[in-house]
Structure formats: structure tokens, C-alpha cells
Ligand binder design. Structure first.
Ligand SMILES: [Ca+2]
Length: 485
């Protein structure tokens, strides 16, 4: 009897230990890492059909997680696309709706009252960090990462500064430090992505024992196509630009591999959701030097970066969360960047401030294998130099207006994902519906007028040109820049 009693007691002890481990795991709020690879497109990755560029680790991420065919970016250029993720708003509501450069460096800052995913994360006790390209305001403005909920930042503040992969300086938090051997104009000695990736991995290791939110805005493979090593492409019969492009994409792949390996090594892979995505469609016309070589448009979608057709808006997107996100799922339902804020709110149990309203829907059950949430419509606008363009998707209908006052085009995505057959003439009812959506979704903002915008945009373009000329002429670096620590 005593022996049996002892066995029973041991059994209870084991059960209690298991329960307490399970409770600890369940209590721990999941980590969220959003990786935004600048200008990467579906057609760049092996798991979407790319044949020449090697992406084994992202293909592995897709096999261990879910790959999306209709994941939509915020809009089809950098600053507003990332702002849409950061605010949970579509670009009819978002305070940033185009690329808008301001002196001495950086982009139009997020206003003080903007509610960001990082601020929401802080209220739920998360550590927060951003790596790579910020683009939402310089450090002395309301759009500084440190005014918007970010604990730690490492990388470039300004999008134009991020055009160089061998810049003269980077930032560790708000402190600029000099990179010797780089002139910011061509290939130099220190590859910025190397430092950024290393700092990201270092920070993860230091923060692995608490829940964290990471926004990893990788600048690759955006132009200029500069890299320190062509790697496996060195002997290909391609132009140097093509080799550099392929090597950049493979570099993103290698770095994602290191990220997954690190999470596994730290024992937190099963508590960490990674969403990997491009910020806008491919930059390349199918007839360009890179577009022709790598055939990124093989998915049959129309358009590319800066446009409103599906090729500009649908991203390469993967989710990975071992044990929670189904492995090997390939999903053909639509969602968009502004869904990631409410998704994170649900995952973290955070409470956004009173009055905050997202345009998105939580994707939590969808990530786990259910259907995508239903909604009335998706909406995009983009203020380019030449026009303010708009698009909406309602059901399988897609509406595009390539500039205010221009005619609305209508496509049926269920039969015509390539948007080749404009149904506007045959379906005035759908044109009217699109007009109503455009009117409802666009909240007027003095920075982003749809009408009478030409003079404003001319001034902005002149300002950006002046900033660039001045920076090029003086080799501008921040006054307080220090030697690399
Ligand atoms: Ca971009």
C-alpha cells in the first residue's frame, strides 16, 4: 500500500508540475515580430515560384507556417505603408499618406496624438523595439520613435538616408555614430544590414524573458542595389545590378533564418508570432533590367510599386508561430496591414486608449486556421507627385481611380485578378458604389488634399530636392555624431 501511495503521490506531483508549466506558458503573452522587407514582392521568393533567386529559409518559414496570396499592404510606397501598420488605420485615415521629406532629415512626423501599436504594447507590459528604417519622423519631432512607444531603435531615421547600404552613419537610439570606410555614395567597408541584424539579435537575447513587440523594417532589397558580396550569384551571366538584387533577397532570407534559429535556441519560438511581408509590390516593370531577369510578375498580377493594381498592393506575406499557426497552409483570402493592430491588441490583451478606432479586424482566429474576417471594404489612397490615386475592394470587386477627377475603373477579381477587363461602362451601379466608398473612406487632411494639390506637391518636391542637394554637397552628418562604439 505505501508503495502504491508513493506512486500516486509522484503522479500528482508530475501532474502539478505539468499544469504549472502549462499555466506559465498560457500566462505568457505572445511576442510579435513584424518584418517589413522594403520592396520585396511575391515573385522574389521561391515559395511563390521564383526560380533563380534562392530563399530556402523563407521557403522553410512558409512550410512551417502560412503563406498568403492576398495579403495587402498599407499602400504602395514606404512611409504610408509602414504608418498604416503602425497605426492600424488605412490610408484614408492615416496621418501619413505619401512620402514627404522634411529637413534636416526624415519624413513628415506622426502627430503626437497618433495611437501606435508600440504605445499599445507598452500599456500591456511589452518591451518594444524597431530596427532598420523608421521613416515616421526625426528624433526631435512628435514622430520620433521614442515619442511613439518605442523603447529601442537601431538603424536609419530617414528613407532617403536608407538609400545607401554603406551610409556614413547610423543611429543607435537617437545617437548617431560614424561608420568609417563608408562614403554613402557607393560600396564601402561596413554593410548597414550587418549591424542592424546583429543589434536586433542582441536585443532579442536581452529581452527574451519578457513579452516583446519588434518592428523589423529591413531596407533590403530596395534600390540602390548595393551589397558587400554577390555570394552564390558571383559567377552568373548577369549584370552586376541583377547579381546585387538577387544577393540582397538571399541576404534577407539568411537573416530570417538566423531570426528563427535564435528564437528556437532561446526556447521562445512557440510563444512568438512572426509576420513577414513586403511593404509594397515589386519596384520593377516586367520589361526592366531586373523585372525581365527575375520575372517577378509571373503571378499574373498587374502593376507594381506606386500603383493601385493588385501587383502593387498584394504582398509576399508569411506568418510563422510553431504550434499555433498551421504549418503548410496556403491561403487565398484577403487581409491588410491595418488588421495587425487589432490582431496584436487581442493577442496581448492590451486596451487601446479611449476614442481610438482601428480600421482593421483582428486576424487571431484566421491566423490559427479559421476563415478571414468579413468586412465592407478595403481602401487605399496614395499621394504621389503626379496624382492622388485611390482604390477599394468590396467583395471580389476592385475599384481603381488613377487620380482625382479621373474615371473609376471596375474589375472582377474572382475572374480577372490581372485587372485587364474594365467593367465600369457595363456596371454603373458598381462605379456609384465605389464613389460612395471613396467619399466615406477619405478623411480630409490639409497635408493630403485630393483636389488642388499640384502647387503643394511642387513645393514638396522642390524641398526634397533642396535637402538632397545640400546633404550631398556637405556630406551632412548629425552634429553630435560619435565614433562607432
Ligand atoms: Ca518600399
Amino acid at each position: 500500500m505505501p508503495r502504491l501511495f508513493l506512486v500516486a503521490l509522484c503522479g500528482v506531483a508530475v501532474l502539478l508540475t505539468c499544469l504549472s508549466v502549462a499555466a506559465e506558458a498560457a500566462d505568457r503573452k505572445p511576442n510579435f515580430i513584424f518584418v517589413l522587407s522594403d520592396d520585396i514582392a511575391q515573385g522574389d521568393l521561391g515559395c511563390y515560384g521564383q526560380k533563380l533567386i534562392q530563399t530556402p529559409r523563407l521557403d522553410q518559414m512558409a512550410a512551417e507556417g502560412t503563406r498568403y496570396l492576398q495579403a495587402y499592404c498599407g499602400t504602395s510606397v514606404c512611409a504610408p505603408s509602414r504608418s498604416s501598420f503602425f497605426t492600424g488605420l488605412h490610408t484614408g485615415h492615416c496621418p501619413v499618406r505619401g512620402n514627404y521629406e522634411v529637413p534636416p532629415e526624415g519624413q513628415l512626423p506622426l502627430p503626437d496624438e497618433t495611437v501606435t501599436i508600440a504605445e499599445v504594447a507598452k500599456t500591456a507590459g511589452y518591451a518594444t523595439a524597431t530596427f532598420g528604417k523608421w521613416g515616421m519622423g526625426y528624433f526631435d519631432t512628435t514622430g520620433s520613435p521614442f515619442n511613439q512607444g518605442v523603447d529601442h531603435f537601431f538603424g536609419y531615421n530617414c528613407q532617403r538616408h536608407a538609400h545607401s547600404y554603406f551610409p556614413t552613419y547610423l543611429y543607435d537610439d537617437a545617437q548617431a555614430f560614424i561608420l568609417p570606410g563608408n562614403d554613402g555614395r557607393t560600396v564601402g567597408e561596413t554593410y548597414a544590414q550587418e549591424l542592424i541584424q546583429n543589434d536586433m539579435i542582441r536585443w532579442l537575447r536581452e529581452n527574451a524573458d519578457q513579452p516583446f513587440l519588434v518592428f523589423y523594417a529591413i531596407t533590403l532589397p530596395h534600390g540602390r542595389h548595393e551589397i558587400d558580396d554577390f555570394g552564390i550569384y558571383a559567377d552568373k551571366p548577369w549584370t552586376d545590378r541583377q547579381k546585387a538584387y538577387a544577393a540582397q533577397v538571399t541576404r534577407v532570407d539568411t537573416d530570417m533564418g538566423e531570426l528563427m534559429d535564435t528564437l528556437r535556441e532561446l526556447g521562445i519560438a512557440e510563444e512568438t508570432l512572426i509576420v513577414f511581408s513586403g511593404d509594397n509590390g515589386s519596384s520593377f516593370s516586367p520589361n526592366s533590367e531586373i523585372g525581365k531577369r527575375f520575372d517577378q510578375a509571373s503571378n499574373g498580377l498587374r502593376g507594381y510599386k506606386r500603383g493601385m493594381y493588385e501587383g502593387a498592393l498584394r504582398q509576399a506575406a508569411l506568418s510563422w508561430w510553431p504550434g499555433t499557426v498551421p504549418a503548410g497552409r496556403v491561403d487565398d483570402q484577403p487581409w491588410a496591414f491595418w488588421d495587425l493592430m487589432p490582431t496584436f491588441v487581442e493577442l496581448s490583451g492590451a486596451t487601446p486608449p479611449d476614442g481610438y478606432e482601428t480600421d482593421g479586424k483582428s486576424l487571431v482566429s484566421y491566423l490559427k486556421g479559421d476563415d478571414a474576417p468579413q468586412r465592407d471594404y478595403f481602401y487605399w489612397e496614395l499621394h504621389r507627385g503626379d496624382a492622388a490615386v485611390q482604390a477599394a475592394r468590396f467583395g471580389d470587386w476592385k475599384a481603381v481611380r488613377n487620380g482625382f477627377g479621373k474615371p473609376i475603373e471596375i474589375y472582377d477579381l474572382s475572374e480577372d485578378a490581372a485587372e485587364s477587363n474594365n467593367l465600369a461602362e457595363a456596371r454603373p451601379d458598381l462605379v456609384k458604389k465605389a464613389e460612395e466608398i471613396f467619399a466615406e473612406a477619405h478623411r480630409p487632411d490639409p497635408n493630403w488634399p485630393l483636389e488642388g494639390r499640384d502647387e503643394l506637391h511642387k513645393q514638396r518636391a522642390q524641398q526634397a530636392w533642396k535637402i538632397k542637394r545640400e546633404r550631398d554637397r556637405t556630406g551632412w552628418v548629425p552634429e553630435d555624431a560619435i565614433e562607432r562604439p
